[in-house]
Ligand binder design. Structure first.
Ligand code: 4AZ
Length: 262
């Protein structure tokens, strides 16, 4: 997060860090005692998922094992840190991910539909978390001009190192028409995305998969950090997966699990 401040311990108890092979790679959001939401691009293996890939690009691939989910991601390599503050001095390995549901229409070139659901191998201990709420609306206009909070362990300046403690910043959600006409030009902002920023404030590398939250009336996840040109560049807002567009899909992927208790 660029231009923000430090999150206090316990302040955002739905904020989680996603680890792959023991290394923090992304953020995630707790929405039930054993389910989190993140970005599909965090776990989509670009180098391996397509059979036509040239042999040299396949070099970096992990071997296909029985632990692979139907979507081609090895859930066994993933774990989440919940209730953790300084991820460089972590007291836990993280809770193992049992299953990954990537959005079936994720587009690895445009990042359209950049959302995934993680199911944990065991529930998160009660004292470590609270669930964020899901939106109860699907319409776009409701979010226009609204203030929201982005948070995560990502870089605090463009091309900078990740942060060891979570940072947060208040940003404003753009009108969708302005967003799709922003500086991105041919890089498309689809109806499944939303833009948010403020002067000198933005999400950044490493915040991907983490939440964009409304604070009122309850903490509600309206966006998932997805992409953008650089960080906090004028005319190039952060782009987020627009959670309200995925409610029917989410209900199924979450198996109607118990959600937030406002
Ligand atoms: C990234 O690389 C990334 N400024 C995330 C968010 C933004 C840019 C890049 C938005 O993960």
């Amino acid at each position: 997060v660029v231009g923000g401040g430090a999150v206090s311990p316990g302040e955002l108890p739905w904020l989680a860090a996603l680890k792959r092979d023991g290394k923090v790679i992304c953020g995630a959001t707790v929405v039930a005692r054993d389910h989190l939401i993140t970005a599909t691009h965090c776990i989509f293996d670009n180098t391996c998922s397509h059979a036509q890939e040239s042999p040299d690009r396949r070099m970096g691939c992990h071997r296909v094992t029985r632990e692979m989910t139907a979507d081609g991601v090895e859930a066994s390599r993933l774990s989440v840190l919940v209730g953790e503050y300084d991820v460089n001095n972590s007291q836990q390995d993280g809770i193992p991910v049992a299953h990954v549901t990537q959005h079936p229409d994720f587009n690895r070139f445009t990042y359209d539909n950049d959302i995934a659901v993680l199911r944990l191998s065991e529930p998160i201990p009660e004292h470590l978390y609270r669930s964020a709420c899901l939106p109860d609306f699907e319409d776009d206009n409701r979010l226009e001009g609204v203030e929201a909070i982005v948070s995560g362990w990502g870089s605090t300046i463009e091309k900078g190192p990740p942060s060891s403690i979570p940072m947060k910043a208040e940003v404003n959600i753009w009108a969708q028409e302005e967003c799709s006409g922003a500086g991105y030009g041919r890089r498309k902002v689809t109806p499944r995305m939303l833009c948010a920023n403020a002067p000198e404030r933005d999400s950044c590398t490493g915040d991907s998969g983490g939440p964009l939250l409304l604070t009122r009336p309850h903490y509600t996840i309206v966006g998932i950090v997805s992409w953008g040109r650089g960080c906090a560049r004028q005319g190039y807002p952060g782009v987020y997966a627009r959670v309200a567009k995925f409610l029917p899909w989410l209900k199924v992927a979450l198996r109607h699990a118990c959600m937030c208790h406002p």
